[in-house]
Design a protein around this ligand. Structure first.
Ligand code: BEZ
Length: 216
């Protein structure tokens, strides 16, 4: 059975470019993004890892630990990091798990044999400070992901947890949000003293509370 939203994510210990990682200990009290890519020394993966390294300050701002993975050796990772630095113009500034024995890939369902016999697919897991899975995404090997979208989802999740709001279609930082359906109008009056626009009883639009990333 694959991991489902709300599940406690599996713990593991695995080697990485930053030394051995005890995952639950590593992400303790933080949000986390764990993502896999198919293989070292491949073009799309090279661009993705460069982009995540460039976005690291944005993940930091939100209190998010980022961990990458592929089923390659630590020696390969170390060689490839030089290529990433050379071609993407940035040093790798987050740990890359060397999951050669596929321990983590199997635990998290990152191997989809009908899509690829040997390599992991492009999985993304967003994990909250309670170590519960809040988002999972699976992309095919030839399609590079958009990590701005991952940041956007984290902003939305953090707003929901802190302010009991949800984010409508195509929402971006600063746009109006909607009050969670589980919040009744009496409670909403306390939580949203500046009010809201009630387009329908279930569609209550309000200004975004807190205009900068929420963090933890
Ligand atoms: C890539 O990262 O470029 C890639 C990996 C596997 C299949 C296709 C592309």
């Amino acid at each position: 059975m694959s991991l489902q939203l709300g599940d406690l994510v599996p713990d593991f210990t695995q080697d990485s470019t930053a030394g051995p990682i005890d995952f639950h200990k590593y992400i303790e009290g933080k949000w986390a993004v764990l993502f896999s890519h198919p293989e070292d020394f491949t073009p799309v993966c090279t661009t993705e890892l460069g982009q995540v390294a460039k976005l690291k300050p944005e993940f930091d701002k939100r209190g998010v630990a980022v961990v990458g993975l592929s089923c390659d050796s630590l020696a390969d990772h170390k060689k490839w990091i030089g290529d990433i630095e050379e071609t993407q113009g940035t040093a790798l500034n987050f740990p890359l798990l060397a999951d050669e024995n596929r321990k983590v890939a199997n635990l998290y369902g990152m191997l989809h044999p009908k899509a690829d016999n040997t390599s992991t697919v492009r999985s993304v897991f967003v994990i909250d400070p309670n170590k519960k899975l809040r988002l999972s995404l699976t992309y095919p090997a030839p399609t590079g992901r958009n990590f701005d979208e991952i940041l956007r989802v984290i902003d939305s999740l953090q707003l929901t947890d802190k302010y009991k709001v949800a984010t409508p279609v195509d929402w971006k930082q600063g746009d109006d949000v909607v009050i969670l359906p589980s919040v009744n109008n009496d409670t909403a009056k306390t939580l949203f003293p500046d009010g809201w626009k009630e387009q329908k009883p279930y569609l209550r639009v309000t200004k975004q509370p807190g205009k900068t990333p929420v963090g933890v």
